[in-house]
Structures are given as structure tokens and as C-alpha cells.
Design a protein around this ligand. Structure first.
Ligand SMILES: NC(=O)c1ccc[n+]([C@@H]2O[C@H](COP(=O)([O-])OP(=O)(O)OC[C@H]3O[C@@H](n4cnc5c(N)ncnc54)[C@H](O)[C@@H]3O)[C@@H](O)[C@H]2O)c1
Length: 251
């Protein structure tokens, strides 16, 4: 899709991969609405991209409905949704103090998986009701999974389950929306240099980066945003997970 003049929504747009994706979409001429729970961050990215910045918990039905409605009013129907909001707390299933609290597992599933579905359902409703563009295309949704969906580490039971859920719901969604020209894709990053990783001690960073065969480093948010833009533009990409990991396979 040529995004020029069309409404786009980026969740988790206040930081890291989401912020860089918002910049790329705005640079290509989209009218971008960024959603995040971090009010200062969302305002800064909205200012930079000349779009809308809304404080929104992606896991809340009411907050997301209100945010998508506000974005529609300002920018027209959502044509591009990029789900980047996520959290990645590490916790063993049975730790020193006994079993992991069920609420900890639920929180990760709520934000990462239910949050991605929540925006998918609302943005897709906008797309389904919008006019068909070139080739009959109405919209595109890209969600962010992780290589942990298939190679989760100790401590990542909740995170890995949430990311596997994102890849699992992609194909039914792509099939359901195929007849109306809405594509659904997933990106599974390996290690990308966002504040999440770059705030770790240097030796931990070096050790992690050392596990990436080539290029022997973290990916950059720009490389992630570049892939998102390609997916948005390339109409043959639908119902697929693309790894962005420099051939890394976690042990
Ligand atoms: N950086 C990596 O190496 C990497 C690897 C694999 C997957 N991912 C995934 O990519 C996505 C973006 O990660 P990042 O590295 O940019 O992290 P980040 O922490 O820089 O950005 C995540 C953003 O999501 C926001 N957020 C958290 N909970 C939210 C909620 N309930 N509602 C709305 N916004 C919320 C945060 O405030 C933050 O701005 C995440 O889903 C993460 O799991 C990242």
C-alpha cells in the first residue's frame, strides 16, 4: 500500500521499535497515531512525527475503542496497524519463593497477546468498512512476535506463550479478511538494540550480540522499521511470520 495520506496506528509507539516505525510511516506520508501508556514518550513521538499521540492501555477494550475512534476522526479510517506494545518480564515458573503468581502470567498475556488482538479487531473493523484501494487492498496489520515464540528461554514461559499466541492468531485473521483485501503479517525479531537491551551492562550486551551469526551485532530499530515498511508496501506478503534475527537460533 502506498501509505500517503492514509491513517496508521502504531502501538507501543513511545519507544524503541514502535517509535522508529511511527517515524518511518510518517516519513512515507502516513497520518500516524501512536498509542502508549507512557504519556511523555507518546507526546514526544507525536510531536516529532506531526501526528496524534494518545495515552492508551492496549489491553483495555474501552480505552482502545476510544483511541481508534479519535484516530479515525483526525485521520480517517485506520489503513495500517503496527502492534509493537509489549512487556518482557523474566520469571521462573517455580522460583525461590515458590510458584510464579498467576497474575504475573496473566499480565504478560493481557498486554502482549490480548492487547495485540484488541487493536487488530478494532483496526480491522475500520479497514473492512473503508473503500478498496489498488488491487482491492483495504488495509494491513503487522504484529510483533519474537523468536522466543519458538525458542523461549528459562524465565520466558509467559512471554513465549504470548508471542506464540500472536503468531497463532495471524493465519485465521489473514484468512478471514482475505475476501475484503486486508493482510495480516507478523515479524519475529531476535535481538534489536532498543532501550530494553541497551540499558543492560556492556558485558551482557556483548555476550548476547555474540550469539548472532551475521551481522555479529544487535539489529537496529531502523532495520525493523524498514521491514515493516516493506511489508506494508508489498501486497504479496500475507499470513506469514518473518524472522529478523541475523540467523540467530536461541539455545
Ligand atoms: N528489542 C528486542 O530485541 C525485541 C525482540 C523481540 C521482540 N520484541 C518486541 O518488540 C516490541 C517492542 O519492543 P521494544 O524493544 O521497542 O521495547 P520498548 O520497551 O522500547 O517499547 C515498548 C513500548 O510499549 C509500551 N507499552 C507497554 N505496555 C503497554 C500497554 N499496556 N499499552 C500500550 N503501550 C504499552 C511501553 O510504554 C513502551 O513504550 C515488544 O512487543 C517486544 O516484545 C523486541
Amino acid at each position: 500500500m502506498d501509505v500517503r495520506g492514509h491513517g496508521a496506528i502504531v502501538t507501543g509507539g513511545g519507544s524503541g521499535l514502535g517509535a522508529e516505525t511511527a517515524r518511518a510511516l510518517a516519513g512515507a506520508g502516513a497520518k500516524v497515531c501512536v498509542l502508549d501508556v507512557n504519556a511523555d514518550a507518546v507526546a514526544a513521538v507525536a510531536k516529532e512525527t506531526g501526528g496524534l499521540g494518545l495515552v492508551c492501555d492496549v489491553a483495555s477494550a474501552e480505552a482502545a475503542e476510544a483511541a481508534v475512534a479519535q484516530a479515525r476522526e483526525a485521520h480517517g479510517p485506520c489503513r495500517v496497524l503496527v502492534n509493537c506494545a509489549g512487556i518482557a518480564p523474566a520469571k521462573r515458573i517455580v522460583g525461590r519463593n515458590g510458584p510464579m503468581a498467576l497474575a504475573d502470567f496473566e499480565q504478560v498475556i493481557r498486554i502482549n497477546l490480548i492487547g495485540s488482538f484488541n487493536l487488530l479487531r478494532l483496526a480491522a473493523a475500520d479497514m473492512v468498512g473503508a473503500e478498496a484501494l489498488d488491487d482491492g487492498e483495504r488495509g494491513v496489520v503487522v504484529s510483533t512476535s519474537s523468536v522466543a515464540a519458538v525458542e523461549g528461554q528459562i524465565g520466558q514461559a509467559a512471554y513465549a506463550a504470548s508471542k506464540a499466541g500472536i503468531t497463532g492468531m495471524m493465519l485465521p485473521a489473514a484468512r478471514e479478511f482475505a475476501k475484503v483485501g486486508v493482510r495480516v503479517m507478523t515479524v519475529a525479531p531476535g535481538l534489536i538494540g532498543t532501550p530494553l537491551l541497551l540499558n543492560m551492562p556492556q558485558e551482557v550486551q556483548d555476550n548476547l550480540a555474540g550469539q548472532v551469526p551475521f551481522p555479529h551485532r544487535f539489529g537496529t530499530p531502523g532495520e525493523f522499521a524498514g521491514l515493516i515498511m516493506h511489508i506494508v508496501e508489498n501486497r504479496m506478503l500475507n499470513g506469514e511470520v518473518i524472522r529478523l534475527d541475523g540467523a540467530m537460533r536461541m539455545q
